[in-house]
Design a protein around this ligand. Sequence first.
Ligand SMILES: *[C@@H]1O[C@H](CO)[C@@H](O)[C@H](O)[C@H]1NC(C)=O
Ligand SMILES: *[C@@H]1O[C@H](CO)[C@@H](O)[C@H](O)[C@H]1NC(C)=O
Ligand SMILES: *[C@@H]1O[C@H](CO)[C@@H](O)[C@H](O)[C@H]1NC(C)=O
Ligand SMILES: [Zn+2]
Ligand SMILES: [Zn+2]
Length: 317
Amino acid sequence: MQRPQRGLLHMMTPFFGFVKMFVLVSRRFRKQSTDSFNYLHFGSNHPWHTKRNIPYSLARRIRGIVSNKGHRIQSYLELRKRLITKKYPRPLIDDALKKAESTPRLTIINSGASKNAKEQTNITTLVTTHHPVLDKIGAEIITISARAGLDCLKGTKLVHAKRQPPNLKRLLTRTNIFTKPKKGVIMCNKPRCGLCIHGHNNLLEGESIKLKNGKVITANKLINCDSTNLVYCIICPKCSEFYVGECKTLRARMNLHRNHSNPGNITTPPLKVNQHLKTCADGHFLVFPFHVVHTNHQITREAYEKHFQKVLQPTLH
Ligand SMILES: *[C@@H]1O[C@H](CO)[C@@H](O)[C@H](O)[C@H]1NC(C)=O
Ligand SMILES: *[C@@H]1O[C@H](CO)[C@@H](O)[C@H](O)[C@H]1NC(C)=O
Ligand SMILES: *[C@@H]1O[C@H](CO)[C@@H](O)[C@H](O)[C@H]1NC(C)=O
Ligand SMILES: [Zn+2]
Ligand SMILES: [Zn+2]
């Protein structure tokens, strides 16, 4: 892992108009072996301890690089998604994210310094992505900087390092620093959450879903199990018929739906959707909460519920 200190991310459009690159100028560049494992598939046959450390070392890097909390959370979510597609176990990922987030940023930024405390020679490293053109430009920059005698480089030795195209950096630049936060539904992943993977697995994740009648619903915000003031869509996992409702607290409302859909309960539930789920799907259901209403008023929620019922034409009413 490269651990830049006082890292500056510079965007340069250098001498060649067609080349854009990111140059990371860092002090005391250290190379560690984990770098090449950034995208290691969890099923690969590398040693377990190596794979186990990957989520944490990636999360830790985000913790060190991204200072804005909102951007950082976005980075974590993106990293999480990617690791899940690489078959990393969710609890492992989530522990890693928690551990990284709870590490003070300064500890991460300074960790290289304390280890190298003995070597008091100050080295400033110019890191460029390995590429024939960039290699030349980098060498040129070193020469020019040395000649210019810049104040900021006084008492340090400037060296040039070439790195393989770093996937994490691509990830960060693509999703967080230069773009808006995403919208979509995501599990809270708390161990006791009834909605999530550890519970009844009711929540459908994603930015949008396509309904049985072909209509598409898209989340208007970032929504998770803890979200409130919502319009949601319940889908029967057996026949894909669906229902649109509103709620104040998603988790509480879904607990009630689960309760009322329970086939072990002989009382006939008041809502058609629950009657249906009880018989058609053995009480199971999927939910996609998709519209956050911006006030705390039931009347407003109901207005949106009506609107979406009209547009989406749910059948389980
Ligand atoms: C290295 O840099 C630090 C601060 O940037 C400075 O205090 C120290 O004197 C420098 N060491 C040498 C050997 O130049
Ligand atoms: C359903 O709700 C009733 C009354 O609110 C409660 O007593 C019961 O424990 C709940 N059952 C389940 C399975 O949640
Ligand atoms: C049984 O279902 C009824 C309505 O469907 C509900 O009011 C009641 O709380 C449920 N009871 C239990 C024990 O789940
Ligand atoms: Zn949850
Ligand atoms: Zn059904």
